[in-house]
Write a protein that binds this ligand. Structure first.
Ligand SMILES: [Zn+2]
Length: 279
C-alpha cells in the first residue's frame, strides 16, 4: 500500500506535468471510483477546472483547483500514471482491465487511474466544508510537512495509554505512516511495537520522531518502496525495498544482532521486529 513517501514521490513527479492544465471530460470505467459527488455530477462539474497546485496530506493527493478541490487516494493498489500529449501510455505493470478512471486534460495528455483492488478513488469538493457531506474524514497533521519534534513529543504525551504502533498507524493522530515505514522506524529506534506510549522516555519519543523523518526521507529519495504493486507516476518501481531492515524479513538475521526477525500481529497488522533489539 502506498504510504507517505510513495504518494510524495507521485506528487513531486506529477506537479510540474499537470499544474496549469484544465480537466476535460473524465472517462469513468468504474463509476464507484468516484466517491463524491455522484459520478454524473462529477463528470459535469470537473471539466474546465484548472489545477493550480498539487499538494498532499498524509496519503491523500490534494489537487487544488481554480474552483474547489479534487482529492485522490490510492488505498491498496491504486496507480496514478501520467501520459503526455500524443504519447502512448507504456505501462506493462497495469493491465487494461484495471483501468478505472481516465482524466484527460483540455491541453492534451491525461492521468490514468488503475486500481486492481478497487479501494482507491476520488472526491471533488467545492471547499473543505463539504468533507462531511462527502463522508470524508480528513487525516490529522501530516507527519512530514506539519509536525516538528516538540509538537510530536507533546502529542505522544497526550496519548499515554495507546500502544505505539497502532497510534503511529492512526491517520487521525498523524497522517502518512503505514505498515512498512512504521516497522522500519520502530526497529531503527529500538522501540518494541507493543510499547505503551507512557513507557517511552522523552528521549525515546524524540529519537522516534527523528528516525521517522530519516526513514521517510530515505523512502522518498529511493522513489518509494515496491514490495508488490507500487509504481510511481511514470510506472517505475521504487528501490527502498532494498534497504528494509525488518519489514518482510521474517526469519532473516537482524542487521544489529544477527538473531532472527520475528513477525507478530499488532492491532490486526502483520508486524516485523527484532525481539532482542526492540525493548
Ligand atoms: Zn536484533
Amino acid at each position: 500500500m502506498p504510504e507517505l513517501p510513495e504518494v510524495e514521490v507521485i506528487r513531486r513527479e506529477l506537479a510540474p506535468l499537470i499544474c496549469g492544465k484544465s480537466f476535460a471530460e473524465p472517462v469513468l470505467f468504474y463509476e464507484r471510483a468516484i466517491r463524491y459527488p455522484r459520478p454524473k455530477e462529477f463528470s459535469r462539474r470537473l471539466p474546465g477546472r484548472c489545477i493550480v497546485e498539487l499538494g498532499r496530506k498524509g496519503k491523500y493527493l490534494f489537487f487544488e483547483l481554480d474552483r474547489g478541490l479534487l482529492l485522490g487516494h490510492l488505498r491498496m493498489t491504486g496507480k496514478l500514471l501520467y501520459c503526455a500529449p500524443g504519447a502512448a501510455l507504456d505501462n506493462p505493470t497495469a493491465p487494461e482491465k484495471d483501468l478505472r478512471v481516465k482524466l484527460p486534460f483540455a491541453e492534451g495528455g491525461a492521468l490514468y487511474f488503475y486500481d486492481m483492488r478497487k479501494f482507491g478513488g476520488f472526491w471533488l469538493l467545492e471547499d473543505l466544508e463539504e468533507c462531511r457531506a462527502a463522508g470524508l474524514s480528513l487525516p490529522g497533521p501530516d507527519i512530514w510537512e506539519e509536525l516538528d519534534e516538540s509538537t510530536f513529543v507533546a502529542m505522544l504525551q497526550g496519548r499515554p495509554r495507546a500502544r505505539i504502533k497502532p497510534l503511529l498507524l492512526d491517520q487521525h493522530f498523524a497522517a502518512g505512516m503505514g505498515n512498512i515505514y512504521t516497522d522500519e522506524s520502530l526497529f531503527r529506534s529500538g522501540i518494541h511495537p507493543c510499547r505503551r506510549v507512557q513507557t517511552l522516555t522523552e528521549e525515546e519519543s524524540a529519537l522516534l520522531y527523528r528516525t521517522i523523518r530519516d526513514v521517510l526521507a530515505a523512502g522518498i529519495a529511493c522513489g518509494g518502496t515496491t514490495t508488490r504493486d507500487y509504481r510511481d507516476a511514470r510506472g517505475a518501481e521504487g528501490s527502498f525495498q532494498n534497504f528494509l531492515t525488518v519489514y518482510g524479513r521474517k526469519g532473516e538475521p537482524c542487521t544489529h544482532c544477527s538473531r532472527p526477525i520475528e513477525r507478530i500481529v499488532v492491532a490486526g497488522r502483520g508486524t516485523h521486529f527484532c525481539p532482542h533489539c526492540q525493548k
